[in-house]
Ligand binder design. Structure first.
Ligand code: 5CA
Length: 440
């Protein structure tokens, strides 16, 4: 993408309405714009990150055997009367009549609809053991939408729902999701601490929240120091071992459960939440299948949510510096930014153009700053939007066929030939490996 043809409305000053760094940076980097309280437009750069996060989630869910569906954002309220939850969400649930005066609601979550799909389409115990998921917009009329996409009213969620024959099956699926979530968040460059949690209006008696540790987090976390050691690479553990460690959020914390010297307290952003639901919805809504002897089996359920749009903010909270965002490569909107320091200079234009085409032909996503802005402004913008790699080409270097390659995270810069820059970017060689640099 050429910057001159892209839609990237950057903001130089800190927007006064943003209280936390991720919200500030998302506005400044032209990723989102608020339409009205807690409801956001996603501009191209923001949408690219959102899609990348979605794809990681989709891949990991598919790997776990879950199957994707798509349910509507609007639902009839009858199903909620059947499940007994019509009043449970209060004013958070947005309801309105259609032209025939039938009451609809904008889905805050989908237990009722998916249970309805399953009860009408599962014919026998052989259909059970399935985990169905979607990535779809939700609406909750939060009293205090704040921190940008972190607590929105409209937000994107991955929600999945599993239907097993018995408790053993449901527990297995729950544990599989626990493992899947750790893998999924780690692919996004995050360390998520799973904590025992309250299941609130969703229900059930076993639930874990997955939190990204950040000072701006809305929840208080209490956890075993081992989680920090795992994050810092000091300790390796299986997820089975991790499940035995102490971790709790807010009111679930029981002081004195582990020795003081092992206890860590921090703030956390909840990016995922899994629930063992048991038969709460399946018995209320009669989701049963005939078993081997024709007996009626009420399905054993679980549900598993990920805050997809919230993750965009959470990743920025976990990965930024004073100059802007630092995208983990797995979710970056572009992998590489090319800065042409002298647009109009034949050599600069030619080198930039060649590099741009080469990278594109190898399917490396690249944003080429071919605008007439001053050098200082170009550097600041490129740092702000946080692409993992920057290649700067100016007249002096171009004369010798040299470019400057910068790693956004470490800040390290090296002057290398354009071929070597290309080799680095295509083969993921690290620029600070001095042996590699001197060998050529
Ligand atoms: N039905 C279950 C999961 S399938 C459910 O709704 N769980 S939840 O209420 O915990 O939401 C799942 C995830 O959505 C949360 O962990 C959080 O990351 C995200 N989320 C919830 N509310 C908001 C909000 N107002 N803004 C942004 N993300 C939110």
């Amino acid at each position: 993408m050429r910057l001159s043809q892209f839609f990237l409305p950057l903001i130089k000053e800190n927007p006064s309405e943003a209280q936390i760094v991720s919200h500030r940076l998302m506005l400044r980097a032209g990723m989102v714009r608020q339409l009205t309280a807690g409801i956001y437009n996603w501009l191209p750069l923001g949408l690219m990150v959102l899609r990348n996060i979605e794809n990681i989630i989709r891949e990991e869910m598919n790997k776990s055997g879950a199957i994707e569906v798509l349910m509507p954002t609007l639902q009839p309220t009858e199903l909620w009367k059947e499940s007994g939850r019509y009043d449970a969400l209060g004013k958070e649930m947005l309801r309105f009549p259609d032209r025939a005066e039938r009451e609809l609601l904008y889905s805050p979550t989908c237990e009722e609809v998916i249970t309805d799909i399953v009860r009408t389409n599962f014919k026998s115990y052989r259909d059970a053991g399935k985990n169905l998921y979607q990535i779809q917009w939700k609406f909750r009329d939060e009293i205090r939408p704040r921190f940008g996409v972190m607590r929105g009213r409209e937000f994107l969620m991955k929600d999945s729902y599993s239907f097993d024959i018995d408790y053993e099956g449901a527990k297995k699926t729950y544990n599989l999701m626990y493992d899947t979530y750790l893998r999924m968040f780690s692919r996004m460059g995050l360390t998520a601490v799973p904590v025992r949690a309250d299941s609130g209006a969703i229900g059930g008696d076993l639930s874990h929240e997955f939190h990204v540790v950040a000072d701006t987090g809305e929840s208080a976390l209490y956890y075993d120091v081992a989680f920090d050691d795992i994050r810092d690479g000091k300790v390796k553990m299986t997820t089975e071992e991790m499940r035995q460690l102490y971790a709790a959020a807010d009111e679930q914390h029981k002081p004195g459960t582990i020795p003081k010297e092992r206890l860590r307290e921090a703030r956390g952003i909840e990016v995922g939440h899994i629930f063992y639901l048991g038969k709460k919805y399946s018995s209320a809504m009669n989701a049963t299948v005939p078993g081997t002897n024709g007996e009626n089996i009420t399905l054993d359920m679980g549900c598993y949510g990920v805050g997809v749009s919230r993750l965009v903010g959470a990743i920025i909270e976990a990965s930024h510096d004073d100059n802007g965002i630092i995208w983990p490569e797995s979710v970056a909107p572009f992998k590489v930014g090319i800065i042409n320091l002298r647009v109009g200079d034949a050599k600069c234009d030619e080198m930039c153009g060649k590099l741009y085409e080469m990278l594109q032909s190898k399917n490396v996503s690249v944003l080429y700053d071919d605008t007439n802005e001053r050098a200082g402004g170009k550097f600041a913008s490129m740092d702000l939007i946080g692409l993992p790699w920057q290649v700067t080409i100016g007249p002096k270097g171009a004369e010798k066929g040299m470019v400057e390659l910068k790693n956004r995270r470490t800040g390290e810069k090296v002057e290398v030939s354009v071929e070597m820059a290309l080799d680095n970017l295509l083969n993921n060689k690290v620029i600070y490996d001095k042996r590699f640099l001197t060998a050529t």
